[in-house]
Design a protein around this ligand. Structure first.
Ligand code: PLP
Length: 510
């Protein structure tokens, strides 16, 4: 068994070992029954810690590729579960099912587990996180939620634990229509489907609309979990690029519409994930006209609409739609907390009906408790009150991050200040790989998301998504300082690698 590890690669060593053993098993180099070296021995051989090899073996075991047996050590399992030759007949007693071979083709088509793997890298307890887009609801909300929950328990104790219609509680659907009115959307309760988070909406749309081979247009970049969902259904994703202001290139879109006739165009026009930018009104109107002309459907994903800190509200595309060409998704995950699992979808009644059938198969209905709670929060005005408080806090955090990015400026790094949402999207200096930077950032005690998984077609390693909603106010400056130090570490290592010399003047005075 010949394993080569490289410390220059951005991939952690245990993953390099996992990948190479996995590959050797798949190409038959390591047949069923092959006994892998004991962890300690392989660690010595490779010059790594024993725990590194242990992690690799744990990963391979979870994939059903290897198993440890008392007296036999760690052996390769048969790839084909029906294979009764070699190891399978030699193994004593029962063995673990070969999980990997049992998983469906579809479960592998979602793509790259990069983010899951990378997020597990941060080992420092004092790490400052700019990676995940979770809300920080703040202490006042906790008090309000507790009060509302107590009232609910008194008023509706029985019905809180009963099932609801798959489409959701009617009075909540009405309350959500009131909430959407503030955004400029006029819809009837029957045109609203309550979701267990808007990610469920993406999944249901995939089930109801997508056959293998169907084409979906997405912005380039776009939200990676939606793209994973589309890919897992066998959709072909095509990315529509943006101009230098971040606006969708409608000329390219039009020529692609004429050529490919996509089933859906998935867009995030307001405080986009990951770019944080807003599609302007004119582009929205022209996009909608193109959807009418080419008879395609727009899926508008709008979780961040209410988080505007400056500038003017731009109505959602759904609000402009006169011919039922838009399916609208939104969520309370970014306003209250994703643990609520409460989102909604607004679309014509016939679409709601079909989606409700799919939802019934997925989870019957969304949590009754969460539905009643959200209805109270909206109708009592507490959600609006909370939102004002939240906007102020996020605005401050955004300003702190913007100030720190100016203070510790990296030559060649570019970014645009967003008017809302929770992200700042940075383009790194030429030649700097955001995946590689991630490991150095983890060492410095800060994390972020690399931009790569947000691209549908051509992977781009030059981008970084920084989230400013989660980190404590007093840690943002320090987090950006660490981030910039990691940028300089990476540039320094690159030059050292290229020239064999550490060059002068690279360390910023920070
Ligand atoms: C653009 C976008 N859509 C959907 C979701 C999923 O949200 P939910 O928690 O409501 O499923 C997210 C979460 O980050 C998101 O950013």
């Amino acid at each position: 068994m010949n394993i080569i590890i490289s410390r220059e690669l951005s991939i952690p060593i245990y993953m390099q070992i996992t990948q190479q053993i996995r590959e050797a098993i798949f190409n038959g180099e390591l047949p069923a029954g092959y006994r892998l070296p004991p962890e300690r021995k392989l660690a010595e051989q490779l010059g790594v810690n024993r725990s590194t090899v242990l992690n690799a073996y744990v990963e391979l075991k979870s994939e059903g590729l290897i198993e440890s047996f008392v007296g036999k050590g760690t052996v390769v399992l048969p790839l084909n579960p029906a294979d009764t030759t070699a190891a399978s007949t030699q193994l004593p007693g029962y063995s673990t099912p070969p999980w990997r071979q049992l998983f469906s083709e579809r479960s592998f088509s979602a793509g790259d587990p990069l983010i899951r793997d990378l997020l597990s890298l941060s080992k420092r307890n004092d790490s400052i996180s700019f990676s995940v887009a979770l809300p920080d609801p703040g202490p006042k909300l906790t008090v309000k939620l507790r009060e509302q929950l107590q009232l609910l328990m008194q008023e509706k104790s029985d019905s809180l634990w009963k099932h609801t219609a798959t489409e959701g509680i009617h009075s909540l659907r009405e309350a959500i229509c009131m909430w959407m009115e503030k955004r400029g959307i006029h819809a009837a309760a029957e045109e609203v489907l309550i979701l267990s988070g808007s990610q469920q909406g993406i999944d249901l749309l995939t089930r109801v609309f997508i056959d293998p081979g169907d084409i979906i247009f997405v912005e380039e970049p776009s939200y990676f979990s939606a793209m994973q969902s589309f890919r897992s259904a066998g959709a072909r994703l095509m990315g529509i690029p943006a101009d230098t202001d971040g606006q969708m290139r409608l000329d390219i879109l039009e020529s692609m519409l004429a050529k490919y006739h996509p089933k859906l165009i998935y867009v995030l026009p307001t405080f986009q994930n990951p770019s944080g930018l807003v599609m302007n009104q004119d582009v929205r109107e022209r996009l909608l006209e193109l959807a009418y002309r080419y008879k395609t459907i727009i899926v508008e994903d709008d979780p961040y609409c209410d988080l505007r800190y400056s500038g003017h509200h731009v109505p959602p595309i759904h609000a402009m739609d006169r011919h039922d060409h838009v399916i609208y998704l939104s969520t309370f995950s970014k306003l209250i907390g994703s643990g609520l699992r409460m989102g909604w979808l607004s679309a014509p009644k016939s679409v709601i009906r079909q989606l409700a059938i799919a939802k019934q198969m997925a989870d019957l209905h969304t949590s009754t408790l969460s539905q009643f709670l959200m209805e109270r929060m909206i109708r009592s005005g507490l959600l609006e009150e909370h939102l004002n408080d939240m906007r102020n806090r996020y605005h401050r955090r955004k300003q702190l991050m913007v100030a720190a990015l100016h203070k510790y400026e990296v030559p060649g790094m570019t970014w645009q200040e967003p008017e809302g949402g929770v992200f700042i999207w940075c383009r790194m200096p030429a030649g700097l790989n955001a995946n590689e930077l991630m490991l150095r950032a983890a060492d410095r005690g800060v994390d972020y998301l690399p931009g790569n998984p947000f691209f549908a077609q051509v992977p781009q390693t030059a981008y970084v998504r920084l989230n400013f909603s989660c980190a404590e106010e007093d840690s943002i400056d320090e987090g950006i300082r660490r981030f910039v130090l990691a940028v300089h570490d990476t540039m320094d290592a690159r030059r050292y690698h290229q020239t064999g010399n550490r060059t002068e003047g690279l360390d910023p005075i920070i």
